[in-house]
Ligand binder design. Structure first.
Ligand code: PMP
Length: 453
C-alpha cells in the first residue's frame, strides 16, 4: 500500500512529459505516425469526462470504446478491485477454483435471456468469439455430428482479432493482410442499405429478405455440414449497421429448421446499451450463445463472458465420464480482479437502473441525433438504444478522411470524444449521461462537421 503514492508520482509525472516521443510502444490499431504528430493522451477520467495530460476535460461520447456504460472512476469498482487484489491476486484456473466466478456466473444467468444459464469466462471480446465458435463445433461433435464444422458470418461483420473472429468476420483488410483464415467459412450479405433506409429512425424497414441468404448457403453447403451462424445484432465496427425489422427473427427460424446454432456477438450491445441487458431481449430473439466483454466490467479490468444455452452445455455433460467436458480455457478465465470488477459493475447497473435509463433517454437521443440531418456532407443518420451513427460522404479518393478530420477536430478543439470507423461517426456514450450531455455532444459534433470541408 505504501508504494501507491510513489507509483503515481513516479509514472504519472513521466506520462505528462512526452510519451508520444517514446519509441518502444507499438500502438494497437493506430496510425502511429499520425498519432505522433497530434497525440491524444488521456490522463484520468471521472463520470462523463476524460481529462487529458494537458488538463482539458473531454466529454466521452463513446463510453471509452463501448465499455464504460456506468461512466468513469466508479468508487464501487475501485474498492472492489483494491480489496480483491489485497485478498487473492490470482488462482489457477483449472483443477482449482475460487468463489467469485461461481457467484458472478449466477448473477449473469439472472440477467441473461431465459435458457442461457451457463457462462464461460474469457478476457476479451475476441476470446469470447473464438470460445463460442469452438463450443459450437464441439457441441455437434459431442452429439455425434462431427461433420458439422462450417461457420457462417456476415460481410462487414467484426468479431475481434483472433483467427476465428477474423475468419467469420467480413472485413477485407483482414483477408488482405492475414490470408484466407479458417477453411469452411461462408458469409451472408450485410444489411446496410442507405438507398432504401437512409435517415430512418430506429430499425430499417427494408431488407428483411436478406435473411434468406442463409437458406441459400444451406442449399449450397447442406445443413449437415453447418455448425453455427454468428451475427452482431447491431454491428459497430462496420459503421453501425442495424438489423432490418424481423431480420433476426427470420435468421433464428432458419437456424431452428436446420439444427444450426445461432451466436449473437453482443460485445458492444451487451449490458444495457440498447435498454435491456442484451439486444437479444430487446429484439425478442434468443440465440444459443452470446459473446460479451467490454461493459461486463465497465472496461475497468479486461473480461469477457460467453453465455450458453442449457441444452448446448448439457451435450458436453452427458458424455462418458472420462471425457474432458470442454478442452478450452485461459490462464485468466474468471480472474479474481475481473470478477470483483464485474460484480461491482453489475451492482451499479442494477442500483442505478441504468438499462432502463437508456430506454428513457432513447427518444431524446434520437431527436438530437436526427437534428443533424441537413449538415454538410451528412448522408445518413442511424440510431437504436443509446447508439448513434452519422455517415458522411467520402472525400473523393480518400474514404474515411473527412470523418477522421471531424473526429480530430472534436477531440482537439471541441473537447468531445467520438469514434470514427470509415466514413461513419459512431456514438455510444456512458448510460449515466443526462440530457445536457446529449445537447453538448451533438452541438460540438455539429460545429465540427460544419468546420470540416
Ligand atoms: N466483437 C465485436 C462485435 C466487437 O465490436 C469487438 C470489439 N470492438 C470484438 C468482438 C472484439 O473485442 P476485443 O477488442 O475485446 O477483443
Amino acid at each position: 500500500m505504501t508504494d501507491t503514492p510513489r507509483f503515481h508520482q513516479h509514472y504519472q509525472s513521466q506520462a505528462t512529459q512526452h510519451p508520444e516521443q517514446m519509441d518502444a510502444f507499438w500502438m494497437p490499431f493506430s496510425a502511429n505516425r499520425q498519432f505522433k504528430q497530434k497525440p491524444r493522451l488521456l490522463a484520468s477520467a471521472e463520470g462523463m469526462y476524460y481529462k487529458t495530460t494537458d488538463g482539458r476535460e473531454i466529454l466521452d461520447g463513446t463510453g471509452g470504446l463501448w465499455c464504460c456504460n456506468a461512466g468513469h472512476g466508479r468508487r464501487r469498482i475501485i474498492d472492489a478491485v483494491q480489496q480483491q487484489i489485497a485478498t487473492l491476486d490470482f488462482a489457477p484456473t483449472f483443477q482449482m477454483g475460487h468463489p467469485l466466478p461461481f457467484i458472478l456466473a449466477e448473477r449473469l444467468a439472472e440477467i441473461a435471456p431465459a435458457g442461457l444459464n451457463k457462462v464461460f469466462f474469457t478476457n476479451s471480446g475476441s476470446e469470447s468469439v473464438d470460445t463460442a465458435l469452438k463450443i459450437a463445433i464441439a457441441y455437434h461433435r459431442a452429439r455425434g455430428e462431427g461433420q458439422r464444422t462450417r461457420l457462417i458470418g456476415r460481410e462487414k461483420g467484426y468479431h475481434g482479432v483472433g483467427f476465428g473472429g477474423i475468419s467469420v468476420g467480413g472485413l477485407p483488410n483482414n483477408r488482405k493482410w492475414y490470408g484466407p483464415g479458417l477453411p469452411g467459412v461462408d458469409h451472408l450479405r450485410h444489411t446496410l442499405d442507405i438507398g432504401r433506409n437512409g435517415f430512418n429512425r430506429g430499425l430499417p424497414q427494408h431488407g428483411l429478405e436478406l435473411a434468406e441468404d442463409l437458406e441459400r448457403l444451406v442449399a449450397l453447403h447442406d445443413a449437415s455440414t453447418i455448425a453455427a451462424v454468428i451475427i452482431e445484432p447491431i454491428s459497430g465496427s462496420a459503421g453501425v449497421i442495424l438489423p432490418p425489422e424481423g431480420y433476426l427473427k427470420r435468421i433464428r427460424e432458419i437456424c431452428d429448421k436446420y439444427g444450426i446454432l445461432l451466436i449473437f456477438d453482443e460485445v458492444i450491445t451487451g449490458y444495457g446499451r440498447v435498454g435491456k441487458a442484451f439486444a437479444a431481449q430487446r429484439f425478442g430473439v434468443t440465440p444459443d450463445l452470446i459473446t460479451t466483454a467490454k461493459g461486463l466490467s465497465n472496461g475497468s479490468v479486461p473480461m469477457g463472458a460467453v453465455f450458453v444455452r442449457d441444452r448446448v452445455h448439457e451435450a458436453f455433460m452427458s458424455g462418458p465420464e472420462h471425457m474432458i467436458d470442454l478442452f478450452h480455457g485461459y490462464t485468466y478465465s474468471g480472474h479474481p480482479l475481473a470478477c470483483a470488477a464485474a460484480l461491482a459493475t453489475l451492482d451499479i447497473y442494477a442500483e442505478e437502473n441504468l438499462f432502463e435509463k437508456a430506454i428513457e433517454l432513447e427518444s431524446y437521443w434520437e431527436d438530437g441525433l436526427h437534428a443533424l440531418k441537413g449538415l454538410p456532407n451528412v448522408v445518413d443518420i442511424r440510431n437504436f438504444g443509446l447508439i448513434g451513427a452519422i455517415e458522411l460522404a467520402s472525400r473523393q479518393g480518400q474514404p474515411g478522411s473527412r470523418a477522421y478530420d471531424v473526429f480530430s477536430n472534436c477531440f482537439h478543439e471541441k473537447d468531445a470524444l467520438i469514434r470514427v470507423t470509415g466514413d461513419v461517426i459512431a456514438l455510444s456514450p456512458p448510460l449515466i449521461l443526462e440530457k445536457q450531455h446529449i445537447d453538448a455532444l451533438f452541438s460540438r459534433i455539429a460545429d465540427a462537421i460544419r468546420e470540416t470541408d
